[in-house]
Every structure is written in structure tokens, then in C-alpha cells.
Design a protein around this ligand. Structure first.
Ligand SMILES: CC(C)(COP(=O)(O)OP(=O)(O)OC[C@H]1O[C@@H](n2cnc3c(N)ncnc32)[C@H](O)[C@@H]1OP(=O)(O)O)[C@@H](O)C(=O)NCCC(=O)NCCS
Length: 205
């Protein structure tokens, strides 16, 4: 695997990196990732409120309508330095899902001064748009964006072991090794017991 900076990006970058005009366009399929704006909040709520999308994600499935509204509003705000960056996934001109990074912060909480940062990636695709490679392409762009543009050293993805599509996506499609939680930390606060960790130096598009 070669280092990220020696490859060309997985996407075509449109708009400005630091504002809501940012758009990542896939080079392979008519899919793009855009920062949601206030007019996209009903679309975000539609995606987040769909139980088929949150079955394995406690942070959303256990949230109230007010919680979801506040999550959706927060995602329209660009913080600098970013602590999260979530995108609406558009296929042609239709919103089909959400992909992005949350929990962006020090890789090592005990040594924040070393400056290295990590983030947690996630993806959801509306049931009607699944099975077409959209989650793979969206997550591939999110990983590449996180390493290349946000300078993250590490990206983590968590999932519940019962989430067969997500496991297959990470294990088979991305070919990543699964870390299985055990003991007292068997399930994290989002209900995840499986994790995949990608280090920047191992990432290639
Ligand atoms: C997991 C999820 C995002 C997959 O979305 P998708 O767009 O259907 O996935 P893709 O079409 O990109 O599939 C990519 C690969 O994932 C695997 N995969 C996806 N769905 C699968 C399924 N139902 N069964 C088995 N493997 C599956 C396959 O390896 C597939 O590659 P292939 O088509 O070449 O075989 C989708 O099922 C979803 O939104 N689930 C609810 C939200 C969620 O659980 N998100 C994960 C938590 S972060």
C-alpha cells in the first residue's frame, strides 16, 4: 500500500474546503458528498428517523425527535478545527444517505499535545438505494477526505457484530481486519462490539 499523498484523490473536490460549498464528487459513479445546509434538515431527519437506518446505532435509535433535530442542525455548522464532518450522499440529484466523520480529536487522549488526530467514520444508505455500491463509494471518499484534507492519522469504524451488511462492507469490500471487543467493554455506548481501524500510512484509494 502506498501513502495517501502519493495517490490522486478518490474524489473531485468542488467548492471551498472550509465552508458549506464543499462537495466531493466520485470519479467513478454519479455520487457526491455535500455538507448539508438548513434546507436539507428535513432530509436529514427523514434519514435519521428511519428505523431501518438506525437499527444498530443506539445514538440515533434511542434519540428523541428533539435530539435528532439538534443533531441535524449541528451538522449544518462547519466548526474549525472540525470535531465532526457529515455529508449528505447524493446520487445524481437525489439524497440517498449520510456519510461522515464524528468524534474528531486527539489520537491519544493522554497525549493531546502530540497533535495527532483521529476520527470515527459512519455511513447509512436509505433501504431503496442499497446494494448499488453507494456506501462503499461514500465511505471510500470519507476515508480519503479524512486522511488527505483533515490530516487525520487514524480513522475508526464501529459496528454491532449483528450488522451483516456493515461487516461485509468493512471485511470483504475494504478488506479490513476486525477488532472484537471483549470483557467489560464488550459493547460501547453506541452498541458496537466490532471495530475496524485504518492508519493513515496504510490507506490507499
Ligand atoms: C451498511 C449499509 C450502509 C450498506 O449500504 P449499501 O449501499 O447497501 O452497501 P454497498 O452497496 O456499497 O455494498 C458494499 C459491500 O458491502 C457488502 N454488503 C452490503 N450490503 C450487504 C448485504 N445486505 N449482505 C451482505 N453484504 C452486503 C458487500 O460486500 C458489498 O459489496 P458487493 O456488492 O461488491 O458484494 C446499509 O446497509 C445501511 O445503511 N445500513 C443501516 C445503517 C448502518 O447500519 N450503518 C452502519 C453503521 S456505521
Amino acid at each position: 500500500m502506498s501513502h495517501v499523498s502519493s495517490n490522486s484523490p478518490a474524489y473531485q473536490l468542488c467548492g471551498q474546503l472550509c465552508d458549506s460549498t464543499l462537495e466531493l464528487k466520485s470519479k467513478d459513479i454519479p455520487l457526491s458528498l455535500r455538507i448539508p445546509t438548513s434546507k436539507d434538515i428535513p432530509t436529514l431527519l427523514d434519514l435519521l428517523g428511519n428505523k431501518a437506518n438506525s437499527e444498530f446505532d443506539k445514538s440515533i435509535s434511542e434519540a428523541t425527535t428533539e435530539d435528532l433535530e439538534s443533531i441535524a442542525k449541528r451538522w449544518t455548522i462547519i466548526s474549525d478545527p472540525p470535531t465532526y464532518r457529515n455529508f449528505l450522499i447524493w446520487h445524481e440529484e437525489k439524497p440517498v444517505g449520510i456519510a461522515g466523520l464524528g468524534w474528531i480529536g486527539p489520537c491519544n487522549k493522554d497525549q493531546p499535545e502530540d497533535g495527532s488526530r483521529a476520527g470515527a467514520a459512519g455511513v447509512m444508505v436509505q433501504p431503496s438505494a442499497r446494494g448499488k455500491g453507494y456506501a462503499y463509494e461514500a465511505l471510500r471518499m470519507v476515508f480519503d477526505y479524512g486522511f488527505r484534507e483533515l490530516g487525520l492519522q487514524e480513522i475508526r469504524v464501529g459496528s454491532h457484530s449483528g450488522n451483516v451488511p456493515m461487516r461485509a462492507l468493512m471485511e470483504q469490500k475494504f478488506g479490513l481486519k476486525t477488532e472484537i471487543s471483549s470483557g467489560a467493554d464488550e459493547v460501547d455506548r453506541f452498541g458496537n462490539d466490532y471495530e475496524w481501524i485504518i492508519a493513515q500510512q496504510d490507506w490507499t484509494v
